[in-house]
Design a protein around this ligand. Structure first.
Ligand SMILES: Nc1ncnc2c1ncn2[C@@H]1O[C@H](COP(=O)(O)OP(=O)(O)O)[C@@H](O)[C@H]1O
Ligand SMILES: [Mg+2]
Length: 231
């Protein structure tokens, strides 16, 4: 579904992605882990076209979208939920979703989104700024789904959320997977990543250094954590 091949991205003179390779199979959930500053967000931003890769490929169903403008990448079926959510504070829940909606939304029309996120249904007329952190995260995901994506890029969705809300997030991510959405998930919360991912990948200094199934990851976790993840 989404294949990243030899991707290089620079910010000015700084060579951040140094030949990233990653395969996200159709309907799979790839979790991307790694210490702060290794290039996880830059990987998502490069896929979305928010930063232009200097070389390499981003294949979406075999079509190389590397270097395309973000709106064109969105239209091709990729949606992105940035770190920090970035919903519209002055718009209501419904309005936040409507601005992102394809006309007409097919896969994820508003009633289906409100079924998926019961907390948003209760707060449908509330302004974005009145929502809790968890509700804002759900809204950011709902808004991304309103564009009917084939591939969803999630950047640290559990950040700052209470354990109960993280569990709700895991439930939503599993439903999305079961509905056929392919997901690339950047996470610091290892428990969430292990619970939902079909494969786990670790990045160090702009390169992929590890990829495994959740079972293998769990077996090797202590060593992997010490080597690649703890500060
Ligand atoms: N807009 C930017 N301009 C210059 N450097 C940046 C920019 N965004 C990120 N960086 C740098 O690129 C590296 C990777 O950042 P990032 O992809 O955000 O890491 P991660 O998400 O893994 O924490 C870091 O060294 C960071 O300081
Ligand atoms: Mg980041």
């Amino acid at each position: 579904m989404l294949t990243i091949e030899g991707l290089n991205t620079h910010y000015g003179a700084s060579h951040v992605l140094q030949g990233v390779d990653l395969v996200v199979p159709p309907g799979g959930i790839c979790a991307l882990l790694g210490r702060n500053g290794v290039g996880k967000s830059t990987t998502l931003r490069s896929v979305m076209g928010l930063v232009t890769p200097t070389s390499g490929k981003v294949l979406l169903n075999g079509v190389d979208i590397a270097g395309w403008q973000p709106h064109r990448i969105a239209r091709a079926g990729v949606a992105y939920v940035p770190e920090g959510r970035l919903i519209f504070p002055d718009l209501s829940v419904i309005e936040n979703i409507k601005v992102a909606e394809r006309t007409p939304a097919k896969q994820w029309p508003l009633p289906r989104l409100l079924d998926l996120f019961p907390s948003l249904r209760e707060r449908a007329r509330n302004r974005g700024s009145n929502l809790s952190g968890g509700e804002q995260q759900m809204l950011a995901i709902a808004r991304a789904l309103a564009s009917d994506p084939k591939v969803l890029l999630l950047d640290e969705p559990s950040q700052g959320l209470a354990p109960l809300v993280v569990r709700e997030l895991a439930r939503v991510i599993q439903i999305l997977r079961d509905s056929g959405v392919t997901i690339l998930l950047v996470e610091q919360n290892m428990k969430l990543a292990e619970a939902v991912a079909s494969t786990l990948h670790i990045m160090v200094k702009g390169r992929m250094v590890y990829g495994a199934s959740p079972d293998r990851f769990r077996a090797e976790e202590a060593e992997i954590r010490a080597r690649y993840l703890t500060v």
